[in-house]
Write a protein that binds this ligand. Structure first.
Ligand code: SF4
Length: 275
């Protein structure tokens, strides 16, 4: 049960970061993004996270992991934030906040089912490290129960470079075969945060070697390293050139970058945490 939900900060563009507390004192954050054609709630799946990704503020929070959220807490949070911004409906609920939906799939999928039934949102996204176990679980269920958009963490062309970002759990790319099977049925984008350890010439060559044989994904999303205190990674020295080179080298892939939203109030990608 949610006991408190308050706007913690509002950016100049209207992006609102919410601090949420549950009946047992677990805390997490959620964000309302007033995209003109796609008002979105960035929702958390867990209070904290055990993955320890080095680019992510959750890793540097005082309390790194408390527990997974239950379906009531997820639906209640989305309902209350949506109600605070208009007619109570949002276009998209995107599980890209704290925690990983793959580690709380029973509750997240139940919440998704209820939100769809209630007409609370039209589209659901999930960002995940996407381990093999969860991918097998997804593939064993009817795809009508899947999220509409999936963003899987790649973050490097080699096992060593991926470990610079995703420090715990299996190497994300071990699930590549399963990712391809999911991408054959739903929109899957691979996520790659740009830093100085995965944007060198050798990284480009390795990335082309890894992704070149695989088509059918919706694309590759290259994101800047957003400001998070304590991050040991250094920004890429020339990210624009790297992005252009990836586009040239992988013409069959839709390569895109994203402009951060809510950066000035720590509400952008990778900036949510338990405070
Ligand atoms: S990026 Fe996602 S999976 Fe990684 S530590 Fe942050 S919340 Fe967890």
């Amino acid at each position: 049960m949610i006991t408190a939900l308050r706007p913690a900060a509002v950016a100049g563009d209207g992006t609102a970061r919410y601090a949420v507390t549950t009946h047992d004192g677990a805390a997490f954050e959620a964000v309302y993004q007033p995209r003109p054609d796609d008002p979105t709630i960035c929702m958390s799946a867990q209070a904290g996270c055990g993955y320890g990704c080095t680019h992510c503020a959750t890793t540097y929070a005082d309390v790194q992991f408390r527990r997974s959220l239950d379906a009531d807490e997820i639906v209640d949070t989305v309902t209350r934030i949506a109600s605070a911004h208009g007619d109570g409906q949002v276009r998209t609920v995107d599980f890209s906040g704290t925690g990983d939906a793959s580690r709380n799939w029973a509750a997240v999928s139940e919440a998704v089912r209820r939100m769809r039934e209630a007409g609370l949102c039209r589209s659901v996204g999930v960002t995940s490290v996407a381990p093999q176990r969860w991918i097998r679980q997804l593939l064993a269920t009817d795809e009508t129960q899947w999220p509409d958009e999936l963003l899987f963490s790649l973050h490097g062309p080699t096992r060593e470079s991926r470990r610079l970002v995703v420090t715990n759990g299996e190497d994300p790319a071990r699930a590549m075969a399963g990712w391809c099977d999911v991408a054959a049925r739903k929109s899957v984008t691979l996520s790659y945060v740009l830093h100085d350890g995965n944007t060198r010439a050798a990284d480009l060559e390795a990335l082309v070697g890894l992704l070149g044989p695989h088509e059918g994904f919706a694309g590759l999303r290259l994101t800047p390293l957003n400001g998070v205190a304590g991050v040991p990674l250094l920004p890429a020295s020339d990210p624009k050139s790297f992005v252009a080179a990836v586009r040239d080298a992988l013409p069959s892939w839709a390569v895109r970058t994203v402009d951060p939203i809510g950066l000035d109030v720590d509400a952008a990608c990778g900036q949510l945490r338990v405070r």
